[in-house]
Design a protein around this ligand. Structure first.
Ligand code: C5P
Length: 241
């Protein structure tokens, strides 16, 4: 894999809560990562201005707001995300087929294929255990639920899923080569594990079939974030054909 291909697979998790911190990160990591992830914390604190600030610096954005609501509301929220110019946005597959279908068709209707955001479904959050599922009345094993929801997401017009590295292979086998798989829980060989438990290295995740890797603290908390991003790209380039 070339350096550019490896770099484009890295999504930096911009887990900050102040608009003022965005410019610094966008400048520091411009050309070093492929995309920036704006999550609930930053979006709740700073709103669409967070996305606009990243785009001013030429950054692509993954809007990680994990919508789960009635179909019409989610479809409208996705259109609003599309108007912000984000490249990836997501929702919860547990919202069901009608919710996903409505979001997918609304976005395809309003935007051209080149400009529309790619829609991802969250299957089962990696923080959920078998006991969590049981408590809400789901008896199926987590792994089976993940694959079931990934298939449903694909059938409902989603472009891909967000999944733990350990689930990549099963989803790839079930949903085929063109379905996007975005994975957090990635730790380069030089970094601390933090609170991530079910982890893989970037190379392992790419080899298992991940299209994008969400990486936060290994870059954000590094003494030299630019060097850390470069090292991750090096690892991927060296470890892949
Ligand atoms: O700092 P770290 O690399 O662990 O950041 C990973 C990012 O991915 C964080 O924004 C975290 O909230 C998110 N995430 C995760 N596990 C999931 C889903 C999202 O770590 N299952």
């Amino acid at each position: 894999m070339t350096r550019d291909e490896a770099k484009n697979r890295i999504i930096f998790a911009l887990d900050v809560d102040k608009l003022g911190d965005i410019d610094r990160w966008a400048e520091t990591l411009a050309g070093k990562v492929g995309m920036f992830k704006v999550g609930k914390e930053l979006f709740t604190a700073a709103g669409p201005a967070a996305v606009a600030a990243l785009k001013r610096h030429g950054g692509e954005v993954f809007l990680d707001l994990k919508y789960h609501d009635i179909p019409n509301t989610v479809a409208q929220a996705m259109l609003a995300a599309g108007r912000l110019g984000v490249k990836l946005a997501n929702l919860h597959a547990l919202g069901g087929p009608e919710m996903m279908e409505k979001a997918a068709s609304a976005v395809r209707k309003l935007f051209t294929d080149a400009e529309r955001p790619r829609l991802l479904a969250v299957t089962i959050l990696t923080s959920s255990t078998q006991d969590t599922l049981k408590a809400v009345g789901i008896e199926q094993p987590v792994e089976q639920m993940v694959v079931r929801l990934a298939r449903l997401a694909k059938e409902s017009g989603m472009d891909g899923v967000v999944a733990s590295p350990l689930e990549i292979q099963a989803i790839r086998a079930a949903c085929g080569p063109d379905f996007l798989i975005v994975t957090p829980g990635v730790r380069p060989s030089f970094a601390a594990v933090d609170d991530q438990k079910r982890i893989m290295t970037p190379v392992e995740a790419v080899k298992a079939g991940a299209d994008y890797l969400v990486i936060g603290r290994p870059i954000a908390k590094a003494a030299d974030p630019v060097q850390a991003a470069d090292l991750i790209v090096d690892e991927i380039v060296k470890g892949t054909p």
